[in-house]
Ligand binder design. Sequence first.
Ligand code: CP
Ligand code: NVA
Length: 307
Amino acid sequence: MDSLKGRDLLSIADLTKPELQALLDLATELKAGSRQPKCPHKVLGLVFSKASTRTRVSFSVAMYQLGGQVLDLNAGVTQVGRGEPTADTARVLDRYLDVVAIRTFEQTEIEEFAQYASIPVINALTDLEHPCQILADLLTLKQAFGTLENLTMSYLGDGNNVAHSLMLGCALAGVNIRVGTPDGYAPNPAIVNQAIELAAGRSTVEITTDPQAAVHGSHALYTDVWTSMGDESESAVRIPQFQPYQINQDILNLADDQAIVLHCLPAHRGEEITHDIMEGPQSRLWDQAENRLHAQKALLAAILNAT
Ligand code: CP
Ligand code: NVA
């Protein structure tokens, strides 16, 4: 884990497979309470330009449990909201904080921040990726099946930030990944190619417009909102196109009998997932949300070299 000390996490693909496995192992120990690393006096800044419940609260609680402190620096209370350039903000916050988690629109914005700040920069969601989410998702999958070997994850819906990080994370972990999206909403081709390269023939990466084929025999069904933050004006156009990709009982019946259902949340019940499935026996949504805390605590402990 020494290799993660001081590192950025801008993409889930910034991790090597051993680093990902080590983070999941540490998260498991933290969840069990068998290890309690501390990094007192360290300060995490949350620079968020979009709404957040899970990411904001789980990062904050993780940092408090590590003995550190948190500053909530959303764009509305800082000069970020008034357009202070990223390069200037980064060089200033670098002098105060020990680590920063950023939620924003463009991936290039966090890349620029990381270029100008020497402290670790964590991607807390951009339009391109949501790596912290996928740490929790893989932890949830591993805890449900006791392993990440010989598993297939199916994602239905929009080829968005969550889909991108899920593809890369599954490929890194050796989990087969199938993504089913409507025509015109496929994942970024560069990310698809990157996932195929990361899988290196150990696992498969499949993209389809056929929702039934995407979920057939799968061990985990995953979905996310059809319209992400920033794309709200497209919602009415998207809903009818995405309807066949809803996770409902008919779709779940095509998966493995033991399949679990995941959603990064927040959900639009009745759109990408039905109320019954969210509340049903195969849902692991609340474990998944809890695991954000353990996974991000492991990440913070590793990059801050907490002992
Ligand atoms: N899943 C997720 O990132 O949730 P929030 O937007 O509430 O942080
Ligand atoms: N794809 C969603 C994820 C929210 C956690 C969005 O970007 O709005």
